[in-house]
Design a protein around this ligand. Structure first.
Ligand code: TYD
Length: 137
């Protein structure tokens, strides 16, 4: 079930009256993995689709820090759309999920915490290859 491969995590947040909010999370304590890499995607024109790949090993926590982003997930059997728009809401993605990511609003900012260093050989960028990989798991 795709539901078992993802998790919406409400990140702990300190709200201060008239002085904004602070959200935080710690490796292993608040998310299921140790963070090795952080990256973020920004300055994407509205309605642009990025992603279009799956990972074999990588675990990620993705957060829409600003704007609105739709994540279209596919585990080879099921599909699910999730709209992210809250900076205190993290979406955990386990390995083996194809994702298309639609940047719905101008200036949307996607922040990603990842469990591994960048490794192009961890990517599956061909959808048919992904389907074969998902069936064989
Ligand atoms: P990619 O993960 O395909 O981004 P998106 O899914 O948003 O389109 O990465 C885009 C390019 O950036 C690709 O050439 C790989 C490179 N890249 C790195 O060099 N290091 C990284 O940590 C990441 C995430 C990507």
């Amino acid at each position: 079930m795709l539901e078992n491969k993802i998790q919406m995590i409400n990140l702990e947040t300190k709200n201060t009256a008239n002085a904004g909010s602070l959200t935080f999370f710690e490796s292993k304590n608040d998310i299921p993995f140790e963070i090795k890499r952080i990256y973020y995607i920004y300055a994407v024109p509205a309605e642009t689709v990025r992603g279009g790949h799956a990972h074999k090993k990588l675990e990620q926590l993705i957060i829409c820090l600003h704007g609105k982003i739709k994540v279209i997930l596919d585990d080879g059997n099921e599909r699910k759309d999730i709209v992210l728009k809250k900076p205190n809401c993290g979406l955990y993605l386990s390995p083996g999920l194809w994702r298309d990511i639609v940047y719905l609003e101008e200036d949307s900012l996607l922040f990603v915490a990842a469990s591994e260093y960048y490794d192009e050989s961890d990517y599956i960028r061909d959808y048919d290859e992904f389907l074969a990989y998902a069936k064989g798991r």
